[in-house]
Write a protein that binds this ligand. Structure first.
Ligand SMILES: Nc1ncnc2c1ncn2[C@@H]1O[C@H](COP(=O)(O)OP(=O)(O)OP(=O)(O)O)[C@@H](O)[C@H]1O
Ligand SMILES: [Mg+2]
Length: 150
């Protein structure tokens, strides 16, 4: 199963919409300290169903919504979509490409979509059920202290 694309808007430091295409050969995200590398992996874990604000390095879920900067107002919602290749039917759904989307508003309201169809958080969690240990090993590592990454 391959990650194809990550679309992020309003999530943590990503005020503007960004898209990352995981074309073959992409194996790492690099950038200076504080540039948003961990926010990318937080976005992947969040869209896959993470429910612990603490594990996303916040105190409450609202903390993942872009909170403003010197030049930009805070946003009212965060949205992340992850598109995966499902040619090999690794995911138990009859589509060759699967996108999952999660959106949260400051009001606390949440929305979830699988291939643009509204669904429950549980449906997303169930979809990736067989991949929980994979997800944990890839995205739950504790990064080394800032500035000491090799
Ligand atoms: N809700 C938010 N709104 C705006 N900015 C945010 C929000 N949450 C986090 N940030 C910003 O994200 C930045 C940290 O990003 P991140 O932890 O992904 O960096 P990093 O590239 O992993 O850094 P390091 O190399 O130190 O691990 C900080 O500047 C922080 O202010
Ligand atoms: Mg980091």
């Amino acid at each position: 199963m391959f990650l194809k694309r990550l679309d992020v808007v309003g999530f943590k430091s990503f005020a503007e919409k960004i898209s990352i295409d995981f074309v073959p050969g992409v194996t790492a995200v690099v950038g200076p300290n504080g540039s948003g590398k961990s926010n990318v992996t937080d976005a992947v874990r969040w869209v896959l169903g993470e429910q612990s604000a603490k594990s996303l390095r916040g105190a409450k879920m609202e903390d993942i919504i872009f909170s403003g900067s010197d030049t930009r107002k805070a946003l009212n919602f965060a949205e992340v979509s992850l598109t995966l290749d499902n040619e090999t039917n690794s995911l138990p759904i009859d589509f060759h490409e699967v996108s999952v989307t999660r959106r949260v508003y400051r009001s606390g309201e949440s929305e979830f979509f699988i291939n643009n169809q509204g669904c429950r958080l549980k449906d997303i969690i169930d979809l990736f059920h067989g991949f929980r240990s994979w997800e944990r090993s890839v995205f739950h590592h504790q990064p080394r202290e800032s500035g000491r990454n090799p």
